[in-house]
Write a protein that binds this ligand. Sequence first.
Ligand SMILES: [Fe+2]
Length: 477
Amino acid sequence: MPKLLRAFLFLIPIAFLLSQTPASDDPFVEKPYLQLGDSPKLAKSESLSLMWHTGIEPADWKVELRTSKGSKWRPAGAPLPQAVLAPGIAPHLVYRARLTGLVPGEEFQYRVLKAGSEMFTASARARKSAAQPQRFILFGDCAEGTPGSRSIAYQVSRANPDFVFIPGDIVYTAGRISEYRDKFYPVYNADSASTETGAPLLRSVPFIAAPGNHDTALANFGRFADSLAYFFYWDEPLNGPVAPAGAAKTAHLLTGNTEAQAVFRTAAGKRYPGMANFSFDYGNAHWLVLDSNPYMDWTNPALREWVDKDLAAARNATWRFVSFHHPGFNSSKSHFTDQWMRVLSPAFEQGKVDIVFAGHVHNYQRSYPFTFSPLPQPDDKLVGPKGEVAGAWKLDKAFGDGAAAKPQGIIYIVSGGGGAGLYNPEQQGDPSTWQPFTYKYIADQHSFSQVEIDGRTLRLKQISETGVELDSFQIAK
Ligand SMILES: [Fe+2]
């Protein structure tokens, strides 16, 4: 064998081994990602929360900011670590640093330093003011490790949104730490953008989420000791209620493995169970985010009062959106009787809500604008044993695709096609199987909702995993 070839063959295994060995200078278990943090209101001086995960050894971390390339770096808030010691998972630290002093809508750069050396840098945009146009993207039921999840992430990165909203079922199948590691961060915080990898979204675009059944309803630590990662991997406003003491149902009860429960409570802190219902403002829109899991009872007067007060306080916002996981109005055979959130429709109408966004059902559905009056079941309760809610709706069939029309009632969107297996595509071509309130039904491909707001005009486009526009409507107030 010629000498050169022999040397080449000898080098191949070394090159292979090197490519398989993690770079020893990578200090991150998960690279930095942006969150809204506990700041529900717009401010003249905006802020965001920057988070990252490392091994358990503390280190000298700092974050710095600058608004343009030539400008001087300035320090952000001190990073604060929280240890996560869930049984069966490598112990790690979750860091949070406040990026403060941001000018609304302005682009900025940040860098994360360890012992004075730059480890990571990215650019992002501060939350926009009420006067600035905005673009957000919404999709639920997403991180299932599918090609669809990665294609959606790629298409979303091409759309360059101001923020991304996930109406629940963030990570399949049980919202565990291990599942975030496998199916969430690698896809939405990938180093490159492609349909094969996902996209570097999380480092530059704040993600905001409502909890779904796969995120928070599985609270048995005997089954999964690394459950409920939502409460320590996300950082969102804490301005909402939990189920009141003495309510017919209570906030979900942790069960099993008391050691894992204690570890969880320490890591989650005040975010459990508080970070399940909250509201926030972005630009000229107000968002009410609700936990629609069955352990919440939205017929409870105290909870209903919070909804009423929150929406009344947002009367000066141009747009009001509500989002939660389980859609009250859904034409799919899957999850058809999960209708319990219908009981809040009168509160949403009174609070002048424009659009309600849900997921849970893995497809896209758009309703006519309508108003809804719930009717009690024979036992006088509003919600039946399977979750069903009877009632009468008044449809605005003249609205169609909008343009200059003003909808009479609320438009209910199901946008659950974010990547998990699609539901009931066989109903797409058979409108006779749709409920009377459904106007569009697209279930044969994954998709996301892209919403552009410019003052009193809103346009929603539903975009497929291949970048094709599937639906579109406009509201002009
Ligand atoms: Fe779900």
